[in-house]
Design a protein around this ligand. Structure first.
Ligand code: ATP
Ligand code: MG
Length: 297
């Protein structure tokens, strides 16, 4: 295979992860020429191209070296490592990306007597994640049958093809609609940036490093708020103690008011109305909470 000099990222062609993944890459300053109904998107500004595929194929494409990186659910990555990718070099979760959050859980019919995982012994459990489920059962010494289904796992108990299920849950609505009860969480999942353990040491490696730095900036910005407020010097300590996330604030003098200070702080995460009200009670006024557009440390 001819060595590539452009970085190639695999992502889901059409599904839950598609929009947020594209949005994230756009925020990292990447733009692509091809339309999204194509398999391949050529990167315009930077030497970074996209391969749009089914999410299940993403870990394999990285393992084979067809792509350098992939945006995929931790659940799909974990399942690959325990099944098809078992004998290869393990893949690395380079960054958690904060979207596509869900969990892989065991759920049983609402009328089934269930107290602890050991109650699953001797049952049949339907799942699309035989690797992750098998590992969980083994680590607890539970002997249960694993029925592998590609989809519609939640109706297996009703159809009589399984006694319980192990499936992805987000709100739990699907479980309730199928008279199922969530009992155990096997894995907390979200979209991750996956890559090989050893990263390339060439131009692609340089681009990858640059991309990781931008990603860190974008992720931090997405979760950051700039808090601006005015306080008098004698209430400064009380106000600072209440700043969400305990950031180190910057203090500026206020012209013509020697007792007053302008405080500026970068807070990790939302700043709620409740928190603002508390800070105000401690002596702050003229408060602003601003979103952050870009950040480069
Ligand atoms: P593809 O056609 O690419 O194989 P898919 O049907 O397997 O698509 P989606 O349903 O789009 O995949 O889900 C993609 C990922 O989104 C999942 O692997 C999981 O990481 C995440 N996800 C978040 N919430 C849920 C949910 N409620 N159900 C399923 N997946 C979820
Ligand atoms: Mg899939």
């Amino acid at each position: 295979m001819k060595p590539r000099d452009r970085l190639r990222i695999a992502m889901q062609k059409s599904g839950r992860l598609t929009e947020p993944a594209l949005d994230l890459l756009t925020r990292c300053g990447l733009t692509f020429r091809q339309s999204r109904d194509k398999l391949f998107c050529f990167g315009e500004g930077e030497p970074v191209d996209l391969l749009l595929v089914r999410d299940d194929d993403i870990p394999g494409l990285i393992a084979q070296g067809v792509c350098d990186l992939g945006i995929v659910g931790r659940n799909v990555l974990g399942e690959f490592q325990l099944t098809a990718g078992r004998d290869g070099e393990p893949l690395d979760e380079l960054r958690p990306l904060g979207f596509g959050r869900c969990r892989l859980s065991i759920a049983v019919p609402q009328d089934m007597a269930y107290e602890a995982p050991k109650d699953l012994a001797g049952t049949r459990i339907a799942t699309s994640y035989p690797g992750l489920l098998g590992e969980w059962l083994r680590s607890r010494g539970i002997d249960a049958g694993v029925v592998t289904l590609a989809g519609s796992v939640e109706i297996a108990p009703k159809l009589g093809t399984a006694d319980a299920i192990c499936d992805l849950v987000q709100s739990g609505g699907t479980l309730v609609a199928n008279q199922l009860r969530e009992t155990d969480v096997l894995l907390e999942s979200e979209a991750v940036l996956a890559g090989p353990l050893t990263l390339p040491v060439d131009e692609r490696g340089d681009m990858l490093e640059l991309l990781l730095k931008r990603l860190d900036g974008v992720i931090q910005v997405r979760e950051s708020r700039l808090l601006l407020l005015q306080t008098s010097r004698h209430t400064l300590d009380a106000v600072t103690r209440l700043l969400p996330g305990g950031p180190q604030p910057t203090l500026l003098p206020v012209a013509g008011q020697p007792d007053q200070l302008m405080l500026q702080a970068l807070c990790a995460g939302e700043v709620s109305w409740r928190q603002l009200e508390e800070i105000k009670k401690a002596g702050a006024r003229e408060m602003f909470v601003l979103p952050v557009e870009k950040m480069l440390a």
